[in-house]
Design a protein around this ligand. Sequence first.
Ligand code: 6PG
Length: 246
Amino acid sequence: MTSPRSLIHVADADALAAAAAQRLMARIDANPGRVAICLTGGSSPKRLYELLATPDYAKAIPWDRVHWFIGDDRFVPQDDHLSNIGMARATFLDALAPRDHVHPIPTDAADPDTAARAYETTLKQFYGGTTLAASKPLFDLVLMGIGPDGHTASLFPGYPAIEVRDRWVVGVPLAHVAPFVPRVTLTLPALASCREMLFLVSGADKREIATRALTDDTLPAARARSHHETIWLIDTDATPERLDVA
Ligand code: 6PG
């Protein structure tokens, strides 16, 4: 069973970052215990991460009980400009989060599948079990983006990874969209194990693929759903012209 998808329209990229930060804080406030946030990569979340580093949020986030994961990464060193966790660490995590609360995909492993298996072990240890239960989500919040081909995380249309059900994390030997480097990605079942899945869809360059993903349920960005709440934060420039799809 997958949750219906809700759209929240915002004016622009700044409003989208503010709305995402507010939803992240709401998820933290809703869980008095240990919180797990799964970050996304690419450029879309950058303004959000910058916002989280500002004094208001830096003071409001209970850093001692929030853990930070990444939904996918490029198979590059963390200090490489292509690294998703590297961008998040440089933008806010290294300055604010306890080091052992930041859980990168080990992209220094021998190969993407080795990294994937190691990260799956990390997730299972954090979860306290090897089987995901819809009643016990792994994450409080999963942030997601959408790529020009309708991919999300590093789940590309037509690639085997999108159909994997028996793994939480898999390697992707080659990407068919930039950056053309191997990836490591959580699978749909692992990404679905959350209280909220929040897509960040901003900018005119996303309008065409957003329109497609809102009408074509075969695309990975359409198939990715939370077992609980799936929300698209979409700004005016990215909103489909035909309002009946949005
Ligand atoms: C990645 C991301 C990917 C991203 C989309 C959108 O590793 O690239 O996880 O899924 O979210 O490609 O990227 P932009 O935000 O840069 O448009």
